[in-house]
Ligand binder design. Structure first.
Ligand code: FMN
Length: 173
């Protein structure tokens, strides 16, 4: 695609408002906490419970989210813009200086403790089920093991900016 077309393509895509999620897991190399901000999170299936998100093929975290890898998806609250920026950065230790907990996941393969953020408005504990090729990204389909919902209004990303919901949708239904 020509550079000018790419800019226009990006601008068209940015008209679609999304939520913002931070996905956390364990590094494939040393089992240290890893995390990444995504706007590609979406629902797939209720039976079985499946969700998806996409990860750049160039990401250094690709090996941490392969089939069978457990991870936690945090849907960020409106007040968590700073956290979204931090986990979108390329800092080596994105967890340094922030409050997080270890969430226990009971998996068929045994119990695993995963790094999990605080203050989210929804949280899904997942295991990667399938990884599909998607051009310069990988589409990660994950099975939801457990989920929780909070009451805070969600953070939104639209037209390249973080925003909130300026309407009744900011209140729980
Ligand atoms: C709002 C927002 C949404 C993003 N969504 C995605 C996404 O869906 N998939 C992806 O691979 N990167 C996405 N990114 C970029 C990654 O967050 C970023 O490249 C990554 O965290 C860089 O960190 P790393 O060097 O630890 O990989 C997004 C960034 C922002 C700010």
């Amino acid at each position: 695609m020509r550079a000018a077309d790419e800019v226009a393509f990006r601008r068209a895509l940015a008209q679609f408002p999304t939520g913002v999620a931070v996905i956390t897991g364990l590094s494939a190399q040393d089992q240290k906490p890893v995390g990444i901000t995504v706007s590609s999170f979406n629902s797939v299936s209720l039976h079985p419970p499946l969700v998806l998100w996409s990860l750049a093929r160039s990401s250094r975290h690709l090996g941490s989210f392969t089939v069978g890898c457990p991870h936690v998806i945090h849907v960020l609250a409106r007040s968590q813009e700073e956290l979204a920026r931090r986990f979108a950065s390329s800092e080596t230790d994105k967890f340094c200086g922030i409050d997080f907990e270890h969430k226990q996941l009971e998996l068929e393969s045994g119990a695993r403790a995963l790094p999990s953020l605080l203050g989210w408005t929804a949280r899904f504990s997942c295991v990667t089920e399938t990884v599909y090729p998607g051009g310069d990204h990988c589409i990660i389909v994950a099975r939801v093991d457990s989920h929780e919902v909070g009451s805070a209004a969600p953070l939104v990303f639209v037209r390249g900016r973080f925003a909130g919901l300026d309407c009744d949708a900011s209140k729980p239904g």
